[in-house]
Design a binder for this molecule. Structure first.
Ligand code: NAD
Ligand code: MG
Length: 391
């Protein structure tokens, strides 16, 4: 029986993981569930899964969460704030931690799980983008088992399972990207937040949906892949594959390409990460090859979607560029979602921040957090000083 902590339990990834866990009560039990501010959602999950602890990120909501649990007759212990997130990520009775908080806000508890030697099921790509070297060092030091949940990296993990170290020399990674909702759209200036969040293949949180629309999501994933698989930037490719059936591939020097396929459903990589090295049912639909139709591929358009290029540049530049890129993106995406920035302003803002702010590489977590904070300040100062963007 594995005891699991879910950081970001009320989100898209968190609830998909709980759906898998609910199918296997003999294998998994929930130790802790966390959310930032969704008190009712968290209390409902506490009734369904009976965790020992529930943590609300926003400490001012602790009282309301206690009340909500009382109303529902749930008995979990209540805690609030970042220290409480860290506590449930490294609690001795916990075997596995799902890092499914969105944004660099998830970095500190994710690192704590790594340092404590847990099975770390990583969805929170912003954590590894901001602090890749530190996170990988913490995984090694703590003896953690790092299992990628992001579908592309999970696919590559699957393709590399059973591949000997010597075979990896000269291998290339090919990350697939759906291309997002605007692949064929010409006028990107008038895109609204709701249009950007209407992803053709995946239902996800709003931040990652916008990242998919700008292709920044794929850029963050290139950086994530380079850390997870210790792969130099020149050996990571991106190909647009609108059907999202092939989740990513590994190419070997002899010309062989291994791909992992499946219907687009996050429960597949989540079940893999939860049960590895075994396999369990996830609830995902089987791939029906007879009805699949065409699988198509094309090169990404870096003119129209410059964010992917920024991420490659940040990875090549090194230093703290990935942390700055991530922070600037978080600020710009938030401004776009709030109607304060046009869609095309996201890339423009990130570029200006990267040009203006190039700090030294961080040597510890405090320095990463400081770089993140300052990059957010620089980005906020570059947002247009006006009301809602015209829709
Ligand atoms: P979401 O917005 O649906 O959920 C985010 C969760 O994090 C919620 O439970 C929320 O309460 C919590 N949270 C938000 N801000 C927080 C903060 N400041 N402190 C503590 N908790 C906070 O997001 P999502 O789509 O589930 O994505 C979560 C992460 O997984 C992201 O990093 C995303 O890039 C990654 N990811 C998501 C998908 C997907 O299909 N949704 C796929 C691959 C990777
Ligand atoms: Mg992904």
């Amino acid at each position: 029986m594995k005891a699991v902590t879910i950081l970001g339990a009320t989100g898209s990834v968190g609830t998909s993981a709980l759906d898998v866990i609910e199918r296997h009560p003999e294998r998994f039990r929930v130790h802790a569930l966390t959310a930032q501010s969704n008190v009712d959602g968290l209390a409902d999950l506490a009734v369904r899964f009976g965790p020992e602890v529930v943590v609300i990120g926003d400490v001012s909501l602790e009282g309301r969460l206690r009340e909500a649990l009382r109303e529902r007759g749930a008995r979990a212990r209540v805690a609030g704030g970042r220290d409480a997130l860290v506590d449930v990520a490294r609690a001795p009775q916990v075997d596995a931690v799902l890092a499914a908080i969105v944004g660099a806000a998830g970095l500190v508890p994710t690192l704590a799980a790594a340092e404590a030697g847990k099975r770390l099921m990583l969805a929170n790509k912003e954590a590894i983008v901001s602090a890749g070297a530190l996170l990988m060092a913490a995984v090694r030091r703590g003896g953690a088992e790092l299992l990628p949940v992001d579908s592309e990296h999970n696919a590559i993990h699957q393709c590399l399972a059973g591949v000997r170290e010597a075979e990896r020399d000269g291998a290339r990674l090919v990350l697939t990207a759906s291309g997002g909702p605007f692949r064929g759209r010409l006028d990107l200036d008038t895109v609204t937040p709701d249009e950007a969040c209407a992803h053709p293949n995946w239902v996800m949180g709003r931040k990652i949906s916008v990242d998919s629309a700008t292709l920044m999501n794929k850029g963050l994933e290139v950086i994530e892949a380079s850390w997870l698989f210790n792969m130099p930037v020149e050996r990571i490719d991106v190909v647009i594959h609108p059907q999202s059936v092939i989740h990513s591939m590994v190419e070997f020097p002899d010309g062989s390409v291994l791909a992992q396929m499946g219907t687009p459903d996050m429960r597949t990589p989540l079940a893999y990460a939860l049960a590895w090295p075994e396999r369990v049912a996830s609830g995902a639909q089987r791939l029906d090859f007879a009805r699949l139709g065409e699988l198509t591929f094309e090169a990404p358009d870096l003119q129209r979607f410059p964010c992917l290029g920024f991420a490659y540049d940040a990875l090549r530049h090194g230093r703290a560029a990935s942390a700055v890129l991530n922070a600037a993106n978080e600020v710009a995406v938030q401004a776009f979602l709030e109607g304060r920035l046009r869609f095309t302003g996201i890339a423009a803002t990130i570029q200006r921040v990267l040009d203006a702010f190039d700090p030294e590489p961080p040597s510890g977590i405090d320095e990463v957090l400081e770089i993140d904070r300052r990059a957010r300040e620089v980005a906020a100062g570059m947002l247009p000083n006006r009301g809602p963007a015209p829709q």
